[in-house]
Design a protein around this ligand. Structure first.
Ligand code: BTN
Length: 273
């Protein structure tokens, strides 16, 4: 079980965490921590809440996918925030979350974790954590922001559909990881990243950090967007957090969001490779 008291005490003691998280809630089982956080947001509750669950029966992934959420071995966390920044800056929270995840993994379970743009964390091309941002419009007011994080920590068994694409910290390091230490470190890293979004040049500095931790850059990729799928060379992350893709005809295209395939992986996993 997560050490609830230790995590709550940490949030009270660490001044940066206190700024972002005023309440930490734990549940044995929820349908989805994001769903609970969105319900709180929709009924107008004050933000600054971190919601942990030991398991989820309907964990939500991006693009309507399911997030595999077995009990007692992973982290399922949603932060419900009421940021002062306008909604157009919310994608930066996603990138800041990705940076915080990599920093936390490097500290608690050192291994080659990297950001797979825009918001997956991978170790040797296998996904170890994912991020799901959700929000609602609130009639002119700054909308709430829900940041959902799922991290595969101590599992070594995945359903067949995930077995070639998912990994866990335990698989990557060979060690069982203390989930409560991980949760505390993560809340600190997230709060520091979100705090840094407020300063001057903040987005520029975030993009610099994300570039240095990003595995997607400087390789051929295929990106599926709601409008089309684009193939090209991942050249850079722009100052708005978009992926700058150099297409076959030499022109560049900015992709604000998409579902990414690193083409080298496809080739490596293809029969005969
Ligand atoms: C992805 O598809 O990569 C995003 C996965 C996000 C999963 C987490 S688990 C905690 C939170 N609650 C949910 O229902 N989803 C997010």
């Amino acid at each position: 079980m997560l050490d609830i008291d230790a995590i709550q005490a940490h949030c009270k003691q660490d001044p940066t965490v206190r700024e972002w998280v005023r309440e930490v809630l734990f549940f044995d089982c929820l349908r989805s921590t994001n769903r609970t956080a969105m319900e709180m947001a929709t009924i107008g509750m004050p933000g600054g809440v971190a919601i942990f669950a030991e398991s989820q029966t309907g964990g939500r992934g991006r693009l309507g996918r399911h997030w595999f959420s077995p009990a007692g071995i992973n982290l399922y966390l949603s932060l419900f925030l009421m940021p002062h920044q306008p909604a157009r800056t919310f994608p930066f929270f996603s990138l800041a979350t990705a940076v915080a995840l990599v920093q936390t993994i490097q500290k608690i379970a050192p291994c080659a974790a990297r950001i797979k743009w825009p918001n997956d964390i991978v170790i040797e091309n296998k996904k170890v954590a994912g991020i799901l941002l959700e929000s609602v419009t609130m009639g002119g007011q700054t909308p709430p922001l829900v940041i959902g994080i799922g991290m595969n920590v101590n599992g070594d068994d995945f359903p067949a559909a995930l077995s070639t694409t998912a990994t866990s910290l335990k698989i990557a390091t060979g060690n069982v990881v203390d989930r409560s230490d991980l949760a505390r470190e993560l809340l600190t890293a997230l709060s520091e990243q979100y705090r840094d979004l407020q300063g001057q040049d903040s987005f520029y500095r975030l993009i610099e950090r994300a570039r240095s931790l990003c595995q997607t850059l400087h390789q051929r990729v295929s990106v599926r967007t709601p409008r089309a799928t684009f193939e090209g060379w991942a050249e850079d992350i722009t100052s708005e957090g978009s992926l700058l893709l150099r297409m076959g005809d030499g022109r560049t295209r900015k992709i604000p969001l998409g579902d990414m395939v690193h083409l080298r992986e496809v080739n490596e996993n293809a029969p005969g490779h």
